[in-house]
Design a protein around this ligand. Structure first.
Ligand code: THU
Length: 382
């Protein structure tokens, strides 16, 4: 059972990015250069050094890194203390104290330099002693997404990786937790809850308040498990997707949408028009596609792959929780084997596949009826 909670710092226990950006911009102003967010954005989250040297190089400014770093250190603690609202401080300190009180071992594992981690701990009204351990970026060779910092923390705390819960907000951080063999709770910020799950978090929440819900260790773990039940796994990479909060489009709506898009099929060679519609498991939204043929016949793209790629282009990695294919055939045509293989990357064996003819003859299957044994890399076979 989970007995150890390992927190990332920035974006989880404290939101320090606006302050860091402000200090950077002030320092550049002192050097006569006005930076905009566009100048800063490429260097966010990439470590302290490039935070200064990146924009400096772009602006043709020579930086004395140690001078920049002292300026940053001098202004960070007071600006941070003034900028963070009292509620955010109270929530972070309450969560850390509560988890320790109910019996968890609690650590911070941040890629930031040690002085900054300590300054942040003070800003939220805590002390180093309020944690069982504080690990910073200087104590590891490999930064996140490598799992070194989390492996190190577990080892020093005498905890098994499987009994550790990592709390992270970024993709690199989630990857680091998974790399260390740990479960990850995602905190919304850089990604929304569905995105965090698709990055591999076993559960995701708007804020860390979810960790206050249990009055014992068991209850806390139970709340997180139930939160995790809200997600489903799709495809070869076990993409984790949270069920949509909004109502999902229904099958009839999908058939109508596929029929409409079928009209756009480009079929000068086969004259066989197909329309397809996939539904995203995360949002309940639907995306359509039609077949588009080519003089070089093999370059033809089928309606099903077109719909799937349309969905990914709009939402990023998705789980498909329903597929509809409409053709003027009797019985209605199933997806070809190539489309099924591509779809297998994003569907679950029980994803419904509905085949409809133009006249309205509807046949219902689940994905595994049509492709029971998709090709999956040996390393990913469960
Ligand atoms: N086609 C599809 O759109 N989906 C399938 O699963 C099978 C075939 C299209 C491709 C081509 O334009 C036409 O049907 C004849 O092969």
């Amino acid at each position: 059972m989970t007995d150890t909670v390992l927190f990332d710092m920035d974006g989880v226990l404290i939101d320090s990015e606006p302050v860091s950006i402000r200090i950077l911009m002030d320092w550049f102003l002192l050097k006569g250069v006005r930076l905009t967010m566009k100048d800063v954005e490429p260097y966010l989250g990439a470590g302290e050094e490039v935070f200064f040297t990146g924009p400096a190089r772009d602006k043709g400014l020579d930086v004395d890194l140690s001078e920049a770093s002292s300026y940053f250190k001098e202004h960070y603690p007071s600006l941070m203390a003034a900028s963070l609202d009292d509620c955010a401080k109270a929530l972070s300190s309450a969560v850390v104290r509560h988890l320790r009180k109910v019996g968890f071992k609690v650590a911070v594992c941040s890629s930031a330099p040690h002085w900054k981690v300590l300054a942040n701990i003070r800003v939220i009204g805590l002390d180093e002693d309020d944690f069982d351990m504080v690990l910073s970026g200087e104590e590891v060779v490999n930064n996140k997404p490598d799992g070194e910092i989390y492996r190190k923390a577990a080892k020093r705390l005498g905890s098994e990786p499987a009994s550790c819960l990592v709390v992270e907000d970024s993709r690199a951080g989630i990857m680091a937790g998974l790399d260390a063999g740990m479960k990850v709770l995602g905190i919304a910020g850089t990604g929304d809850v569905s995105t965090l799950c698709s990055w591999g978090a076993c559960a995701a929440s708007e804020d860390i308040g979810i960790l206050l819900g249990g009055s014992t260790m068991e209850q806390t773990v139970d709340i997180l498990d139930r939160q995790g039940d809200d997600t489903r796994l799709f495809g070869a990479n076990m993409i984790r997707v949270r069920r949509p909060d909004a109502p999902a489009a229904d099958i009839q709506e999908m058939i109508e949408a596929a029929k409409r898009t079928r009209e756009h099929a480009y079929t000068p060679y086969s004259h066989f028009k197909v329309g397809a519609c996939v539904r995203s498991a995360a949002t309940g939204r639907i995306y359509t596609g039609c077949n588009v043929e080519n003089s070089s016949y093999g370059a033809t793209i089928c309606a099903e792959r077109n719909a799937l790629l349309h969905a990914i282009a709009e939402e990023g990695t998705i789980g498909v929780d329903a597929l509809v294919v409409v053709s003027d055939d009797d019985p209605p045509a199933p997806p070809c084997a190539m489309c099924l293989q591509v779809l297998a990357e994003f569907t679950a064996p029980d994803t419904p596949v509905i085949l409809s003819s133009l006249k309205g003859d509807v046949h219902r299957y689940v994905f595994s009826d049509l492709l029971p044994r998709p090709f999956i890399f040996p390393s990913q076979r469960k």
